[in-house]
Design a protein around this ligand. Sequence first.
Ligand code: MF3
Ligand code: CO
Ligand code: CO
Length: 257
Amino acid sequence: MHNYSEKFEKMKIAGNLAARTLDMLTDYIKPGITTDYIDKLGYEFIKDNGGHSAPLFYRGFKKSLCTSLNHVVCHGIPSDRILEEGESLNVDVTAIVNEHYGDTSRMFCVGKASIKANNLINATYDSMMKAIKILRPGLKLGDIGHEIQAYVEEKGFSVVKDFCGHGIGTIFHEEPNILHYGKKNTGIELVPGMTFTIEPMINAGKYETKVLQDGWTAVTKDKSLSAQFEHTVGITENSYEIFTESAKGYTKPPFNN
Ligand code: MF3
Ligand code: CO
Ligand code: CO
């Protein structure tokens, strides 16, 4: 038992609910449905399973999750927009259970996405997992960013700099910021008990973003495709734990359904 065991157990419960919400949504994400329908399904699933959605009423956000389509980088607002064949969608779910947060997102292909979209999605997922796999006490924050940046830039993609991962626990967003780019052996050291998200946003084109008039929707400036995945993790005595893994083994598309 460590002094953070109880916190990790609670975060696992919240993380698991967020992951199960994405698992549940997987069957519904098809051409013809609206992003509002995804929001409604997510809201109800989280409520029916003993939690509540962190985004709802967070800093004026009016929906229960984020739906970021195609060139939307993050914080897309669910609406009456209908999903079309060939689009790529990130759904980002944050559940609160017993005051603890679990934050996770995945990419979904609406029908069949282009090879280009699939390559971007694969690189984004793999960059997140490569960064997670090196986590251990003593690693520095810059090492995380470097791992992601080196991997995706080698493939000709770019790392978004305007948004980052974050500390999380009983607060949605807290210190430290987890940048998805950086230099090896720089920044603070990881220590056992730390909990944070890794959530790289990777663009097919340039890294610059802008936020639309609605105050939330962040898009690529050059309108190129963007992809993102997110896990909530905790640092253990000599390794890490992922709190938001899919119980169904759903990692990146295709999800074999
Ligand atoms: N879930 C997002 C994150 O990964 C934050 C969404 S805030 C919202 O940090 F208000 F847009 F929902
Ligand atoms: Co997050
Ligand atoms: Co999130």
